[in-house]
Design a protein around this ligand. Structure first.
Ligand code: SF4
Length: 331
């Protein structure tokens, strides 16, 4: 780890201002990913700006029109165990509690969850080429071990996946990301927050330099009756998803009137397909319709040498999780 300066920001304005004076700096909250990256010399900021003293972004508050605002500094565990989140957004609770370990969830912040970086082996191995770590050097995963890599939305530059569970549920729920930057505050739709790799895989998201996530808004529509988060992985805890699915429905008179479906472990961002969601509306929630939904989502999937199995796995996961969400099958 290279030496670095350590500064403390007392509010979002000061955090942004400190960044402007230290352009090779990083904000730090829980540090559960950043410290690993620094130890491995993948990330080499000359300054850390500690944002943990910004009390205004460390709360969960109810929004006037319904919905909840999750402060960026609130820990993942405190979010999952908040009684309002548990009651109204059980899909989000399931997803958060499927992630990492209890110790990590106690430390990791909500904002940091959105900003965690891929767990591609080569990204962490500074002896190997990696376009995400060093643009223009190549992608070691394309001809290397790619079992955990993307089957949707990848590019010739990068086939990494975004590793979060929490974000898959946030994508399905249609959350909003609130930020503060040099040009003031802005709101980013969750679908527009993370990026596909294209030819700039070094950019994970659409934040501007020095822009700070202040909170995440959950909409009033909570999908708290028919929902399920299913995570498939190599071991049952403390492992990243090979495939995960967040599914939620509104059902009336035996028909789906609204549907949400987002996938994790599949792409450089949580993968949501609006065409597939529209297809489900007006249909019965059964295995045949979920199978057809999976075909819509996966027709553009492309496997690599070691991960083509993910296509079939994802289809099965979509069907199974749909049935769990409508209580036709238990987990
Ligand atoms: Fe790097 Fe992306 Fe290739 Fe992994 S998949 S080696 S992160 S460029």
């Amino acid at each position: 780890m290279v030496p670095f300066n350590y500064l403390i920001a007392k509010d979002a304005i000061e955090a942004t201002s400190l960044f402007n004076n230290h352009r090779n700096s990083k904000f730090i909250a829980g540090g559960t990913n950043l410290i690993d990256l620094m130890k491995e010399n993948v990330s080499r900021p000359d300054t850390l700006i500690d944002i943990n003293k910004i009390d205004s972004i460390n709360t969960i508050t109810e929004l006037p029109g319904g919905g909840l605002r999750l402060g960026a500094l609130v820990k993942n565990a405190d979010t999952a165990y908040d009684h309002r989140v548990q009651k109204n957004y059980p899909l989000l609770c399931q997803a958060i509690l499927a992630g990492a370990s209890a110790q990590l969830r106690n430390m990791a912040s909500n904002g940091g969850n959105l900003l965690q970086r891929t767990r591609c082996y080569y990204f962490y191995d500074t002896a190997t080429p990696c376009n995400k770590r060093e643009p223009g050097t190549g992608c070691s995963a394309l001809g290397g071990l790619n079992r955990i890599h993307a089957i949707l939305g990848a590019s010739e530059s990068c086939i990494a996946v975004f590793p979060s569970d929490m974000c898959v549920a946030l994508a399905a729920l249609g959350a909003l990301v609130n930020t503060h930057g040099v040009h003031g505050d802005r709101i980013i739709a969750f679908a527009d927050f993370h990026r596909l790799p294209g030819d700039t895989p070094d950019l994970d998201n659409n934040l501007h330099p020095g822009e700070l996530i202040t909170s995440i808004d959950l909409p009033a529509e909570s999908f708290d009756v028919h929902y399920s988060y299913l995570k498939l992985r190599d071991r049952t805890s403390y492992a990243f998803a090979l495939v995960s699915v967040a599914t939620a429905f509104k059902i009336e008179d035996g028909l789906i009137i609204d549907a949400r479906l987002a996938l994790g472990g599949m792409a450089h961002k949580p993968w949501r397909n609006l065409e597939a969601e529209d297809f489900m509306k007006g249909k019965e929630p059964n295995a045949k319709n979920f199978s057809d939904t999976a075909d819509i989502i996966l027709h553009e999937a492309r496997g690599h040498e070691h991960n083509a199995f993910k296509i079939k796995l994802a289809k099965r996961a979509i069907i199974r999780n749909g049935l769990i969400a409508v209580n036709l099958q238990t987990a």
